[in-house]
Design a protein around this ligand. Structure first.
Ligand SMILES: Nc1ncnc2c1ncn2[C@@H]1O[C@H](COP(=O)(O)OP(=O)(O)O)[C@@H](O)[C@H]1O
Ligand SMILES: N[C@@H](CCOP(=O)(O)O)C(=O)O
Length: 320
């Protein structure tokens, strides 16, 4: 028997203007997956879930429906079909959820990334991290019906990841500037990604598109040149935020509070309801995070929340 423990942290998809094409990882919190390999086949399915903690019993135990086990099955299938590596044993999976579900913190992607890091280690690292991203994206399809990479890619690769193309998959890893800190505030409510995607338009006016891609280009330029004011003024989303903000009680008060506290910029984390802000110092990031929490509490919905302040994680999914 061999056991490996994988970890992958929360991620923020979109990063305001980069809908489905830009995301980043923070250091903590994250999900843990423990895989135990036995040489003997236990059941018809090579992967079974032995236990899940931290999900209040909400997550599926069916290995084909939980993103953590589903991506390991895809990984094993890939080894057999593409690398001629047949797996004849059994993998028992234990999932320790530390990320809230439907949170906008890439909870489903974190489970998948932690499981893939552990499975790759367990079988002698037959794949590169870049290859593992493909399976994590398939996990997102299981979780929310769409194979978006802006959580899955940074959950595996860390840093910021720009998705230039989905077919073929073309990912650009962008290391963060040294003094960039994220305040991430999760209000105690859920917003399913699948629903938050359903409120978006299928088409947008050209003027809106030019604004959006102008900000994406400027945000990437700001990250690459450590131009903090440029990063801040590029965090403008004219496509998803206007449609999703009404789904997050207190959103506008929280955004204003972040900016008043000195954050560079603020927007919805992923599909929400979490909200993130960037700052160029840990002290400002903490002040902004506290101000954002207070705004959630004093807004009409009076929502309690959790808050994290973190630099950008450069390591990605890893073995503990
Ligand atoms: N291991 C997992 N962790 C989280 N969500 C999972 C997992 N496996 C399947 N899911 C499904 O994905 C949904 C959460 O995904 P989503 O709504 O995209 O939000 P987020 O990914 O931010 O948690 C859950 O409601 C659940 O149905
Ligand atoms: N690009 C996606 C990001 C979803 O992130 P999640 O953390 O809310 O799952 C979207 O905006 O739908």
């Amino acid at each position: 028997m061999k056991t490996v423990r994988g970890f992958a942290s929360a991620t923020v998809g979109n990063v305001a203007c980069g809908f489905d094409v830009l995301g980043f990882a923070i250091k903590e919190p994250g999900d843990e997956v423990i895989l135990t390999l036995s040489e003997r086949k236990h059941s018809s399915c090579p992967v079974t879930i032995s236990s899940i903690s931290g999900d209040e019993g909400k997550l599926p135990l069916d290995p084909k429906k939980n993103t953590s086990s589903f991506v390991v099955l895809k990984f094993l299938e890939h080894l057999r079909a593409q690398k001629g590596i047949a797996f004849n044993g059994h993998i028992s999976l234990e999932l320790k959820k530390h990320l809230p579900l439907s949170s906008g913190m890439g909870s489903s992607a974190a489970s998948a990334a932690a499981a893939l890091a552990a499975a790759n280690e367990l079988l002698g690292q037959p794949c590169t991290k870049m290859e593992l991203v493909h399976f994590a994206i398939e996990g997102e399809r299981v979780a929310c019906g769409s194979a978006h990479a802006d959580n899955a890619a940074p959950a595996i690769l860390g840093n910021f990841v720009l998705i230039r193309s989905y077919t073929p998959l073309d990912l650009i890893v962008i290391p963060p500037p040294d003094e960039l800190y994220c305040s991430l505030v999760h209000p105690h409510t859920e917003l399913r990604t699948s629903f938050a995607r359903s409120v978006l338009p299928n088409e947008i006016p050209l003027k809106m598109a030019t604004q959006q891609w102008g900000n994406v280009g400027a945000l990437v330029a700001g990250l690459l040149t450590a131009d903090y004011p440029l990063i801040g003024r590029s965090l403008i989303d004219v496509v998803a935020e206007p449609k999703r903000a009404p789904l997050i009680p207190g959103f506008f008060e929280v955004k204003e509070a972040a900016q008043r506290a000195g954050a560079l910029g603020c927007s919805i984390a992923g599909s929400g309801p979490s909200i993130f802000a960037f700052s160029s110092s840990p002290d400002t990031a903490r002040e902004a995070g506290i101000a954002m929490q207070e705004a959630f509490l004093t807004s009409k919905a009076k929502l309690p929340s959790d808050m994290w302040v973190s630099p950008i994680c450069r390591e990605g999914a890893r073995i503990l």
